[in-house]
Design a protein around this ligand. Structure first.
Ligand code: ADP
Ligand code: MG
Ligand code: MG
Length: 211
């Protein structure tokens, strides 16, 4: 049976922090094309705060751990991505219902809950050139994959693939949310930084599923 325990999620959180450091300059570079050049720095500040405190949270259940991760991002990150990813992580643990492990259905519901939180907070829809362009089509593909009976690892692979396509699809768009909105047509030709970081985040969950 498919069960993910706390060790999986703790490893994911640590890998997320590492991944953000590795990609900090790349993400900031994307943001300097169509934003204010701080997306990588913002996430780095947030995840450094998470890593500073993670040791004290490790005895908590998954709902509490993710709530604390989200609150750290919300509290420390100044940019738009702080409240958005903050809400996502805060809601991610809710479907775990105070437990230390989840089955596949609950794992799926974690992403549903987290991504809906991003949409509720930021009010962006697909095509607005934001992280939602990666997350929403990815989640829809994940849902369909599960409904058509795909195995967990394969279904999550579909989630990630579709999210990456969604991120690529932001390149030709004009932004209707966030800072890039001010650029009008000058945003055309540039990938949305938040859609890129969203894919990287999903990729960390995926890589650890395969291990
Ligand atoms: P800021 O724009 O405040 O400097 P960041 O650079 O950290 O914050 O994050 C920018 C990213 O936030 C964008 O690339 C976009 O993906 C995302 N974003 C901005 N506004 C919204 C929104 N309303 N809904 C969803 N995502 C958004
Ligand atoms: Mg920015
Ligand atoms: Mg900023």
């Amino acid at each position: 049976d498919f069960i993910l325990d706390k060790a999986y999620f703790i490893k994911v959180i640590k890998d997320l922090a590492e991944m953000i450091e590795e990609n900090r300059d790349y993400l900031t570079g994307l943001d300097s094309e169509i934003g204010d050049g701080d997306h990588g720095t913002n996430l780095s500040i947030g995840f450094r705060e998470v890593m500073k405190n993670l040791g004290q949270w490790e005895n908590e259940n998954l709902t509490v751990i993710f709530k604390k991760v989200g609150m750290a991002l919300l509290g420390k990150v100044g940019g738009a991505s702080g409240p958005l990813y903050g809400s996502m992580f805060m809601k991610l643990g809710e479907p775990a219902h105070g437990k230390e492990r989840v089955n596949f259905k609950e794992f799926y519901e974690m992403f549903k809950s987290g991504i809906e939180a991003v949409e509720n907070r930021g009010k962006a829809v697909v095509g607005d050139k934001t992280m939602v362009d990666a997350l929403r089509p990815g989640l829809n593909a994940f849902t369909e994959a599960i409904e058509s009976g795909e195995k967990p690892e394969k279904a999550f692979g579909t989630f990630l693939e579709r999210a990456k396509e969604g991120s690529q699809s932001t390149i030709p768009l004009i932004a209707r949310k966030g800072r890039a909105m001010r650029l009008g047509e000058r945003a055309i030709g540039h990938m949305d930084p938040g859609s890129a970081s969203s894919c990287m985040i999903l990729e960390v969950f995926y890589r650890n599923l395969l291990n």
